[in-house]
Write a protein of this length. Sequence first.
Length: 457
Amino acid sequence: MFLTELILLAVGLSMDAFAVSVCKGLSMKKSSIKASLICGIWFGFFQALMPLIGYFLGARFEKMVNAFAPWIAFVLLLIIGVNMLREAFGEEEEEMNPGLDVKTMFIMAVATSIDALAVGITFAMVPVKIMEGSAIVNTLAGVIIIGITTFIISAAGVKIGNIFGDRYKSGAEVVGGVILIFIGLKILLESFESIEIITDGNVIFGMLIPFGGTVLGASLVYVIADKLSEKIQKLFISLSAGIMTGAAVWNLLEPSVNYYSDKESGLIYIMIGFWAGIIFQLILDRNIPHIHSISKQSEGRDAGLKTTVLYMLAEIIHHVPEGIAIGVIYASLFMGNMGITRVEALVLSFGMAIQNFPESVIVSMPIKDSGENNNRSFLMGVLSGAVEPVIGILTIVVLAFVPGIIPPVMAFAAGAIMYLVIEESIPEMSQGGHSNLGVIIFSMGFSFMMLMTFGVK
């Protein structure tokens, strides 16, 4: 486990402590720097201590379980992550004692760090590697990073809870749960020696950037009190559609066509991949029940689901081809057979993050307008984007075994994205009449991706 994964793991683990810190701040009439420091120290210390204890426990039985280590790590992180998601969606409100006495803080610190004990066991099976030195030195450095991360996040949580109330508590839990599940999947896939790309921390970081855009967009449900106007929604869709089209053309189709020295035979493969993507997305669109945000038009099979779930499924359909696009770009970066540079891969990641921002707003706000509270609207928006990094990882796994199909898969992702733009985004941005402003915003998004892509070459 390298530094990038360790930092992500530390953030994920600290979300429980952050949620409790927010509640602690909420229960105080007025928080102080002292209160923030006390909470940070308690939670940070136990969040560092527990994985260290878990490490020594795991090391004791290392020989016994070494063959199953990746699966054990995956299952432990999956259980922790799913539990955090379950708690985030729970309806029960936690009552919080505003006191900072030793008994109260000890109980809370232990309770929020139990997950870290299980994670520490995985350190004996999936060693921490962040510096030159022995396993114990790296593990000590790792748990210190976890402790410091939790200290900072918990101290900030007290202040946030005191100022804003508990609006971010559930959101923190769902983000933490998704991160832990993602890392667990990464550890499991890492055990397959032929998939060396999964060990590259830059790949993990790059694939989580678009998810960050989704989280930020969904968080606007806490800021926007009124219903999002149809005009703003159309402009958001226009920007998103322009960026997606630019990504399909400049980041996916252009390099895939240029890959082949024999243009005639190469174009045949690209056309096959492109049309396969269109057909794939058509199948998803015809079979997965969903509702478009502006037209309110229902599509897919009738499954009797709640309207809010149908909004979320519409966004999940969007994130599937985006996940494939991110996965194929980072697979080609690692394998070095497409001429893709690290900066070019990051351009696509940030482009997807920017377009995920308005997309997430468009799905989260209708969910809120349909009667869900802020927390649940935020969570459903975030979960809709969690599929993107997972699909990206699965794409990398496939391409690691058959790297020769990278160019057609790029075209496949481009075709699926273009289907979405033409079938949904353009009709939505033109709903109720044509909009010159929408065309301009669309063109701005398209030009942005073109400038970013060729500006870094």
